[in-house]
Design a protein around this ligand. Structure first.
Ligand SMILES: *Cc1c(COP(=O)(O)O)cnc(C)c1O
Length: 376
C-alpha cells in the first residue's frame, strides 16, 4: 500500500548524491577510506574512542553481545516495548532475554523493574533509548556497577539525543560499555542500511572489527580467520552516505524538533489524548517518531485504518516483543508486563520526516481528530 502521506521519508540532498557517486568513481567499494572516515566521525561526535561500522543495527546488537562474551545460560535484561531485534539478538547468541517494565513518562526501561529482574545468571542490561528519549543511564549505570553487569545501549533511535545538565550533558551512546546505532531509512540518520557499535575498550573494538569481517583480526590476511565471524561489513557507498548525513545532523534534528512542536500544537487539545512531551528534565530528545497515546475509548486499529483510508500512514510503535508470534511461546514471554501492554495498545506513530509540510501535518491532525472523536 502506498500512502499520500508516508510514515517516514529519507532526506537526501545533492551532497549525499555527490558523495555516493564520487565513491563509484574509485576502486574502493568496501573497506576503504569512507569506512575509516565515517567511523572516525561517529567516534568524535560521541566523544568515545572507537566506532565500528556494521551492516545493520541488528548486526551491531549481535556483535555487541558476542564481544562481551554473552552466550548460553546467560540472561540479558531488555524492554519488551521495543523493536524485535533487541530480543532476537539475545537469541542469536543463545542467551535468554528477560523482559523488564518501562517508565510511562519516558517509555524506557524502569530502573526498579530492571533491578527486580536480576538473577545470578544476569550478565547484561540492554537499554534502548526509545523514540530518541535517553534512558535513565545514571540509575542503570549504578545498577550495572552494583551487580557487575555489562551495560549495552541500543541508541538506534537516538542519535544526537543528550542526557545531563549542560555543560556536562553527554550524547546517547556514550554511557554504556558498548552502544549500537542503526541507519535504516526511517532513522534520523540513514546510510540506506547500516549500523555502528561504539566502544571505549580497544580490545572490544578489535573484536568487533574481527567479528564483522569473517573473524579476520585487524591486519590479518584475507584468508586468515582467527575465529568464526560474520560478513557484517558496511559498503563504502553506505559509509559515504552516512558521513554526509552525520555532517547534517544538527540541521536534521532541528527540522525534526520543529515537526514535533507543530504536532504538539495541533493535537494538544484533544481530550484524553496523551502526546509525547516536547521537554523532559535533563534530556535533549532526538526525534525519531512522533507517537501519540490515544484516548482509552478509541479503538487504535480502527483509527489506523480510518487514517489509511484517507492516504495517511501510521505505525503501531511498538507491539510488545513478548506478544509477537515469534516470541509468545518462549519462556521469557511469561513475564508480567501490564504497563508495556496497556501503553502499547494505545500508541500510534504519525507521519514524521524532516521535510513533512505543515499542511500535511494539518491534514494528519484533522483526520486523527475526526477518527478519535468518532469514537465518542
Ligand atoms: C532500528 C532499530 C534497530 C536496528 O534495526 P536494523 O534494521 O537492523 O538497522 C535496533 N533496535 C532498535 C530499538 C531500533 O529501533
Amino acid at each position: 500500500m502506498t500512502f499520500r502521506i508516508p510514515l517516514s521519508a529519507p532526506d537526501i540532498t545533492k551532497a549525499e548524491i555527490s558523495a555516493v557517486t564520487a565513491v563509484l568513481r574509485t576502486p574502493h567499494l568496501s573497506l576503504g577510506p569512507e569506512l575509516a572516515a565515517f567511523e572516525q566521525a561517529l567516534a568524535a561526535f560521541h566523544n568515545v574512542p572507537h566506532a565500528v561500522a556494521v551492516s545493520s543495527g541488528t548486526a551491531g546488537l549481535h556483535l555487541a553481545l558476542l564481544t562481551l562474551g554473552i552466550g548460553e545460560g546467560d540472561e540479558v535484561i531488555v524492554p519488551s516495548f521495543a523493536f524485535v531485534a533487541v530480543a532476537n539478538a539475545v537469541a542469536y547468541v543463545r542467551a535468554t532475554p528477560v523482559f523488564a517494565e518501562i517508565d510511562p513518562a519516558t517509555l524506557n526501561l524502569s530502573p526498579g523493574s530492571v533491578e527486580q529482574a536480576i538473577t545470578p545468571r544476569t550478565r547484561a542490561i540492554l537499554a534502548v533509548h526509545t523514540f530518541g528519549v535517553p534512558a535513565d543511564m545514571d540509575a542503570l549505570t549504578s545498577i550495572a556497577r552494583r551487580h557487575n553487569l555489562a551495560l549495552i545501549e541500543d541508541a538506534c533511535e537516538a542519535i544526537g539525543a543528550e542526557l545531563g545538565d549542560p555543560p556536562h550533558a553527554r550524547r546517547a551512546g556514550s554511557f554504556g560499555d558498548l552502544a549500537v546505532f542503526g541507519f535504516y531509512p526511517n532513522k534520523q540518520l540513514t546510510a540506506g542500511e547500516g549500523g555502528a557499535v561504539l566502544a571505549r575498550n580497544p580490545a572490544h573494538a578489535a573484536r568487533l572489527r574481527s567479528l564483522r569481517n569473517q573473524g579476520r583480526e585487524p591486519g590479518a590476511g584475507w584468508l586468515d580467520h582467527t575465529e568464526i565471524g560474520y560478513n557484517y561489513r558496511l559498503s563504502e557507498l553506505a559509509c559515504a552516505l552516512g558521513r554526509v548525513q552525520l555532517s547534517r545532523i544538527d540541521e536534521i534534528l532541528t527540522l525534526r524538533r520543529a515537526v514535533a512542536e507543530r504536532y504538539y500544537a495541533l493535537l494538544c487539545d484533544i481530550p484524553g489524548m496523551e502526546l509525547s512531551p516536547l521537554l523532559l528534565p535533563r534530556r535533549t530528545i532526538s526525534w525519531f517518531v512522533y507517537v501519540v497515546r490515544l484516548p482509552e475509548r478509541a479503538d487504535r486499529d480502527r483509527v489506523q485504518s480510518t487514517l489509511a483510508a484517507s492516504g495517511i500512514a501510521t505505525g503501531r510503535y511498538f507491539p510488545p516483543i513478548h506478544l509477537q508470534p515469534a516470541w509468545r511461546n518462549h519462556p521469557s514471554a511469561a513475564a508480567s508486563l501490564p504497563l508495556t501492554e496497556s501503553i502499547a495498545r494505545r500508541t500510534l506513530a504519525l507521519p514524521f520526516f524532516n521535510r513533512i509540510h505543515p499542511g500535511q501535518q494539518q491534514q494528519v491532525a484533522a483526520a486523527l481528530r475526526a477518527a478519535v472523536t468518532a469514537a465518542d
